[in-house]
Design a protein around this ligand. Structure first.
Ligand code: NA7
Length: 495
């Protein structure tokens, strides 16, 4: 691309989603003095996953000071791992502090986006049409609840609901509760409800390795210290301890033969062996795959809480749900009043169920028929002037999605600069660039711990992890500056 800077262009932007990433987009645009944008949000307030997940014990397993915008530290976190409601409150406050709220159209779900005559035409579910030059999908990852295909689920006469649709109208202290699923969500729910209900049954299809983590609460003095000295916050985010933790974890993820993974393996085994006393329960809770193969679950107290006399763990497999409870494959029956489905999310949805069509009407659903893909997880060939925050094949595994989104915004924003400066009228990666990226990514992904012999939501239909398989530093490097040799830049009509 040799074009010289041309006439600056005024652009209009449409951002979809007002979760962590959509709010970030709004803040960044306002910082640039850009006000011709709208953020469409299907919910009635901001926060995305933190708005939707209100179950007992909901918390982020990334340290709170890392799970904050790099430009808006929060000295007031109550704990090293922040509870969900505090995170929701943080995003509400950031939305107002940076003046983003007035740009959000709440309760407005987008049905279609199509690239026509050099602009994005966006249609809401109720048929309103809007147009913009740039489209940003900040639609989140884990928000379409996965309802398990368990026979008889609809026969249950008690209350049954997905963990992301928590019923707050129930007095749980009188209920016999079953929790299906033991990802991060199920583990948090069981730890929080243990001892709070007369009977709690945790149905596990496959056991999880549990990484112990500190249950550190911040005191008023801690918060005062964070307030007075932001370097203390920076230290929690990226000081030696944080770097060591991240470094160990990264090395373990990208190479399943690494000494770091061996170390993690011994930590989780020790956690299990030293905390669980009953050999029968220990056997039930012992996975037959390696640590971190499934997303590592962090918990300060699950193993303690699961040993409460009112809690039982069932691994026999669910035969069917009946009117009054759950029948296991070994014939055992648990009478229950409440059945919580902590069964995860439809993880390959990303921007869907929206229909997005690019050049010549090409449908993103067709491009993604095999699995969702995007060049460096951000842009897609033939979908010009469009990028995603936290889109497919980005870094996963106990990192701060905020840091990831900030870097992706920085990358996308530099591409948008080409439009702003009048250097081109459209950008999109080349097909060859995406193909090469996918080929290398797939090869590297097969060597990650995620492919070391377990089923998880990281894997596609062919068992290949749909993740960023390289060091985080590589991600930081490629996000720092787009390689324009891998982009097709459409010249301005007059240029
Ligand atoms: P996850 O991590 O996807 O966990 C879902 C759990 O539900 C997991 O234990 C599954 O067992 C279980 N599951 C799913 N379908 C079924 C059926 N049909 N029968 C029995 N059990 C089932 O979701 P979470 O909400 O816990 O966490 C999602 C992410 O949110 C998490 O990684 C963080 O990023 C935050 P399986 O292991 O597949 O045998």
């Amino acid at each position: 691309m040799t074009a010289q800077p041309k006439q600056p262009q005024n652009l209009r932007y449409i951002i979809i989603g007002a979760g962590m990433a959509g709010i970030l987009a709004g803040i960044r645009l306002l910082e640039r003095g850009e006000t011709d944008f709208v953020i469409y949000e299907k919910g009635s307030t901001v926060g995305g996953t933190w708005r939707e997940n209100t179950y007992p014990g909901v918390a982020c397993d990334t340290p709170a000071h890392s799970y904050s915008y790099s430009f808006a530290f929060n000295p007031d976190w109550s704990a090293f791992y922040a509870p969900g409601p505090e995170i929701q409150d943080y995003f509400e406050r950031m939305t107002d502090k940076f003046g983003v709220r007035e740009f959000i159209r709440f309760n407005t779900e987008i049905a279609r986006c199509s690239y026509q005559d050099g602009r994005w035409r966006v249609t809401t579910q109720d048929g309103q049409v809007d147009e913009a030059d740039v489209l940003v999908a900040a639609t989140g990852v884990l928000h379409h609840p996965n309802t398990p295909d368990i026979p008889g689920l609809t026969d249950f006469t008690g209350a049954s609901f997905h963990s992301a649709r928590w019923r707050h109208d129930i007095d749980y202290s009188k209920q016999r509760v079953g929790v299906i699923g033991n990802g991060s969500t199920g583990i948090q729910i069981v730890a929080a409800m243990s001892g709070q209900v007369p009977k709690l049954v945790h149905f596990q299809r496959s056991p999880q390795w549990i990484m112990p983590c500190p249950d550190t609460k911040y005191s008023d003095e801690d918060r005062q210290a964070f307030r007075q000295d932001p370097d203390k916050i920076e230290d929690v985010r990226s000081g030696p301890e944080a770097q060591a933790r991240r470094g160990r974890f990264l090395a373990a993820i990208i190479d399943s033969n690494s000494p770091e993974l061996t170390e993690i393996q011994s930590i989780v085994e020790q956690n299990l062996n030293e905390t669980i006393k009953d050999p029968e329960l220990k056997a039930k809770l012992t996975p037959n795959y390696r640590a971190a193969c499934k997303r590592l679950v962090f918990s300060p107290n699950y193993y303690q809480k699961v040993q409460h006399p009112s809690v039982s763990v069932e691994i026999a497999g669910i035969e069917r749900v009946e009117e009054n409870g759950v029948r296991l494959k070994d014939g055992t029956f648990h009478e229950l009043d409440v059945l919580v489905l902590a069964t995860g999310f439809k993880v390959d949805a990303f921007v869907r169920p929206m229909t997005i069509t690019g050049i010549d009407g090409i449908d993103l659903n067709d491009v993604w028929a095999e699995h969702p893909k995007a060049y460096y997880a951000v842009t897609v060939p033939k979908f010009p002037n469009f990028f995603m925050l936290n889109g497919p094949t980005g870094p996963v595994g106990n990192f701060s999605l905020i840091d990831i989104a900030e870097r992706q915004w920085n990358y996308g924003d530099q591409l948008v600069d080409l439009l702003r400066n009048g250097q081109c009228k459209a950008f999109a990666p080349t097909e060859a660039a995406l193909e090469e990226y996918e080929m290398q990514r797939t090869e590297a992904a097969k060597k990650t711990v995620f492919a070391s012999g377990c089923k998880s939501w990281y894997l596609d239909a062919k068992g290949v992890p749909q993740v960023w398989p390289w060091p985080y530093e590589t991600f930081m490097e490629v996000m720092a500056k787009p390689n324009l040799d891998h982009y097709e830049l459409t010249p301005m009509a007059n240029g």
